[in-house]
Write a protein of this length. Structure first.
Length: 145
């Protein structure tokens, strides 16, 4: 398992975002059924699908077009939650959205891992929807399942 540093500087955050934007690990062409979401404040477009097995979200992948924040946050979010129990994912989403709105301490950053690189969204509220597009869409789908 990758060791996550809690003290990312601005350049490290930018490098991680660009790496996940240019070469997303969890992005692939989706065949069959999928869910979709359109950006609230921009032209971001997200398609995703997943399965639920033994109360866990598995095989979560996405396809879409959008800004670096949307693509990178989606990829990192999927990396963090794929294979976890639904209850854990909902908790992570709630912590993440609260963190982006209100900030947080080292314990919260540790729980969020690389997702904590989006903490400057607090200073740029227009990016909130970009950084939470996948998490809010997944939460909506698994809560309504």
């Amino acid at each position: 398992m990758e060791v996550i540093s809690l003290s990312y500087n601005q350049n490290q955050r930018r490098e991680i975002i660009m790496s996940h934007y240019v070469n997303p690990i969890n992005k692939k062409e989706l065949n069959g059924e999928y869910f979709e979401k359109h950006g609230q404040a921009c032209a971001d477009y997200l398609k995703f699908n997943f399965s639920i097995k033994d109360d866990k979200v598995v095989d979560l992948f996405f396809e879409g077009k959008g800004c670096a924040f949307m693509i990178a946050s989606t990829d990192i979010f999927i990396e963090l939650v794929n294979g976890r129990k639904i209850s854990e994912i909902i908790e992570i989403i709630n912590v993440y959205e609260n963190f982006l709105s209100n900030g947080g301490d080292d314990k919260i950053e540790e729980k969020l891992g690389k997702l904590s690189i989006f903490k400057n969204v607090l200073d740029h509220p227009n990016r909130f929807y970009c950084a939470t597009m996948m998490s809010s869409a997944l939460k909506e789908k698994i809560v309504n399942e």
